[in-house]
Write a new protein. Structure first.
Length: 152
């Protein structure tokens, strides 16, 4: 499977951004990155539910979705970290990004996060935007595995 997002069992030797973090992993094709997921506002279940919803939206036919990887109290922060998802036919494009408070339609309310997803841009300041591509079937496989793991 060339797409995965989830929490790691082992701890990372990397310094944490805050004390209440959990190590996570995102894999997109050959690209793999450890992420530090803050748990001061959301717990693991809320992240996993959002990831499931984010992938499910794409499988349900939406052309835009996202995966939140750093959610802190919107009253005390000015941004969220996320992976933007764009579906075009049977291909999914992912871009890592930050949603700033001033760009949010709902003041960084996680319940309305899908309203904040911008149109896909492939160029910024005359340079290509970094993005990763996976076949839609990899999202389907991830979603099936997620559903199976959640029902055990």
């Amino acid at each position: 499977m060339s797409f995965y997002i989830g929490f790691c069992d082992e701890k990372s030797p990397v310094r944490r951004i805050e004390s209440s973090c959990r190590d996570g992993l995102i894999r997109i094709g050959e690209f793999e990155e450890r992420i530090q997921v803050p748990l001061s506002y959301w717990d693991e279940n809320e992240y996993e539910e959002q990831w499931k919803d984010g992938v499910g939206r794409v499988l349900g036919g939406h052309s835009r979705s996202c995966l939140l990887t750093a959610v802190t109290d919107p009253k005390n922060t000015h941004y969220f970290e996320w992976w933007l998802i764009y579906r075009e036919a049977e291909v999914v494009f992912l871009q890592n990004g930050i949603l700033f408070l001033e760009d949010s339609k709902h003041s960084l309310d996680p319940k309305h996060i899908f309203d904040d997803i911008p149109v896909r841009e492939t160029m910024e300041d005359g340079r290509p935007v970094s993005e990763w591509t996976v076949p839609l079937t990899d999202f389907e496989e991830f979603y099936r595995n997620f559903e199976t793991a959640g029902s055990e």
